[in-house]
Ligand binder design. Sequence first.
Ligand SMILES: [Zn+2]
Ligand SMILES: [Zn+2]
Length: 310
Amino acid sequence: MQHQGVLQNLDPSGQAIAGMIKLFRLMKFSSLKFAATLILCASTALAQSTKTQLVILGTGTPIINPDRSGPAVAVVVNGSAYLVDFGPGVVRRAASAALKVPALTPKNLKVVFATHLHSDHTAGLSDLYLTPAVEGRPGALELYGPPGIAAMARHIQAAYVKDVDIRVHGLEHGNANAYHINAHEIHPGIVYKDANVTVTAFAVAHGTWDFSYGYRFDTADRSIVISGDTAPTQAIVTACNGCDYLVHEVYSTAWFQERTPAWQKYHSTFHTSTTELAEIATASKAKQLVLYHQLFRPKDEDICRWSADP
Ligand SMILES: [Zn+2]
Ligand SMILES: [Zn+2]
């Protein structure tokens, strides 16, 4: 298995991997033209890895499933972590992942990217702003996202003025520099570049949202495309174009067929079905497909749990 250990699924109960198994069933894989290899958690610690690591911190949606943290993905390169989205639970999932990937120790979380402003992707922002600062983040949180992210950051900081005042000027003697968000409103194109990674944002088709992005990460040894929330769009195929990993949202075609016309209208306008994703993954020539933001009917979730831990 060529990339073993590069991807780590650290969502509780191995739901992302289970979801992939489920997708294989739903899509009748005889028609799928590429081989998506399942990569399970490495049994040994990957501390100090110099290879790019992809860590799925959360595979959930707005649905409150205790086995799925909110959507969040980490790309780790040479000891630096870069987050895409910060759904509920992100800081604690990062702390758990740090047991195997030390770069995800929460105080190291400094550079983060929002795909869009939906609450399930951003509800962890106040936690990401404040809790790593309490634990010793040396400076501000660098936050990149679509127009509107600066206002969100400003309002969150205003909401916690009293908390920060007590932490910085009280007996904790907190570092004032850490209690700040530098918000960067970005548009499609290269939005971030350092010695480890080049990050390119591209527009996706998330219903009536005016701005919703996917991201492509290029590192020395890997290319990773993260869809964010999107209905089927050529933008994913173009951005991936043979990428090493395509991390894509998905909902169940089988469940969709049982839903009301109103919900079907919503799902088909805002999101991507298992059937559609099979076509996208094939056209993208992605070497590995990873599912997140997984929306399956409850009884399928039970099957997922059974599949992950028989
Ligand atoms: Zn979402
Ligand atoms: Zn969304």
